[in-house]
Design a protein around this ligand. Structure first.
Ligand code: 13P
Ligand code: ZN
Ligand code: NA
Length: 283
């Protein structure tokens, strides 16, 4: 069965590691993440944005996840990532999703709170974990685009108020990471993260972890990050493996052959990120 991410994150918080969350897109990406997690005995979160749900189809995706959970020997959580539509979230919960992010971070503060509370109240009835974001990350995640000037780091005092008033299970923080790749090395506000961690009890989530130097991610985990979101690097691994295959085999046409090098590259990456999060042997 599909577990909620609550216990996965609470365990990580207690023991000082992070659970990696990979954005998946199709059967092959799910297979790879689950295989790697099983080989490393790591809990993992498989995340889907609205764009992915639209691409793969809600029923297909949820049932692929159910199959994955059945086969897996380690706990895997299926998580709705960056969902802005409350009705979409409610429908997915009724289909069996156990972990959701309601992203109302583009709204004014009080509206963010009331939208998140609406989701939390519904989710609680189904034992579903809710993540929400305070602050704004720059960059692009599917259709969600935040320009440089609109970025906003998380205010530690507001974070405390936000968590208390919404009743969320985990908080996504904006501390200088961005969705996608960086033009220059990201500047992470570690002091801010420390202040947030002191004021907030729920596990903290790092978005935009692709292309962040390993040492920086490790430091964020030491300072209280319990979930590390990786999307872009997984896409790059998949496509680069496939591109290389076609470079060497321009006449290829069998997906059962040309997808393999893409899967292999993804698997290497997933394993590297599990070690980075120190979540191996924690399942
Ligand atoms: P990256 O694409 O930078 O890995 O960001 C992932 C993310 O935050 C998914 O929610
Ligand atoms: Zn994100
Ligand atoms: Na990034």
């Amino acid at each position: 069965f599909i577990v909620s991410s609550k216990n996965l994150l609470i365990n990580a918080q207690k023991r000082g590691y992070a659970v990696p969350a990979f954005n998946i897109h199709n059967l092959e990406t799910v297979q790879v993440v689950v295989e790697a997690a099983n080989e490393m005995k790591s809990p993992v979160i498989l995340a889907a944005t609205p764009g992915t749900i639209k691409f793969a189809g809600e029923e297909y995706l949820i049932n692929i996840m159910k199959a994955a959970a059945k086969i897996s020997e380690v706990p895997i959580a299926f998580h709705l990532d960056h969902h802005e539509d409350v009705e979409d979230i409610k429908r997915a919960i009724l289909l069996g999703a156990k972990s959701v992010m309601i992203d109302a971070s583009s709204l004014p503060y009080e509206e963010n709170i009331s939208k998140v509370r609406d989701v939390v109240e519904f989710a609680k009835r189904y034992d579903v974990t809710v993540e929400a974001e305070l602050g704004k990350l720059v960059g692009q995640e599917d259709d969600l685009i935040v320009e440089e000037g609109d970025s906003q780091l998380t205010d530690p005092e507001l974070a405390k108020d936000f968590v208390e008033r919404t009743g969320i299970d985990s908080l996504a923080v904006a501390i200088g990471t961005a969705h996608g790749l960086y033009k220059s090395e990201p500047k992470i506000d570690f002091e801010r993260l420390e202040k947030i961690e002191k004021r907030v009890n729920v596990p903290l989530v790092l978005h935009g972890a692709s292309d962040v130097p390993d040492e920086t991610v490790k430091k964020c985990i030491e300072l209280g990050i319990c979930k590390v979101n990786i999307a872009t690097e997984l896409k790059i691994a998949f496509s680069s493996g496939i591109k290389k295959y076609f470079d060497n085999n321009p006449e290829a046409n069998d997906p059962r052959k040309y997808l393999i090098p893409g899967k292999d590259k993804m698997k290497e990456l997933v394993k590297r990120k599990i070690l980075l999060c120190n979540s191996q042997n924690k399942a």
